[in-house]
Design a protein around this ligand. Structure first.
Ligand SMILES: [Zn+2]
Ligand SMILES: [Zn+2]
Length: 134
């Protein structure tokens, strides 16, 4: 991680421990939408002393601070997304892969929501990815 990036996180009031840095580094540019378990398993190799609670609490903190987004696409476990701008997803029902869909999707605001102020929406496509399809 660059000096500049570290300064950026510090400015936003994030206390950076080596473990937090490792989590941020792991997530940067990561498009696999990992779960807390995935991140824990990956970091355990370089940080044998890291605990699952540290990983989980750091992820919760990063979500609260708006650095990452929490996805509730898979019912059994939360997945995390470093891409915080509005975008859509595809979820493979077999291998449980989540893929970003960045193409703009226009949907009409439902009649039932006409009195509401809709700020954003997220589309999730469900099905089989090319690997699972064949
Ligand atoms: Zn698949
Ligand atoms: Zn995403």
């Amino acid at each position: 991680m660059t000096e500049e990036k570290i300064l950026f996180y510090k400015k936003l009031g994030l206390k950076l421990t080596p473990q937090r840095l490792a989590i941020l580094e792991f997530l940067e540019g990561n498009t696999s939408h990992p779960s807390a378990e995935d991140i824990y398993r990956a970091l355990k190799k370089n940080f044998p002393s890291i605990s699952f609670a540290t990983v989980y609490n750091t992820l919760e903190l990063l979500v609260r601070k708006g650095f990452i987004k929490e996805l509730n696409i898979e019912s059994s476990r939360k997945r995390f997304d470093p891409l915080t701008h509005p975008h859509h997803h595809f979820f493979c029902k077999r291998c449980r892969k989540i893929v970003d869909v960045n193409q703009k999707i226009d949907i009409p605001i439902p009649e039932e929501l006409k009195d509401y102020d809709v700020e954003e929406f997220q589309v999730v496509f469900y099905g089989l990815c090319p690997d699972c399809k064949s």
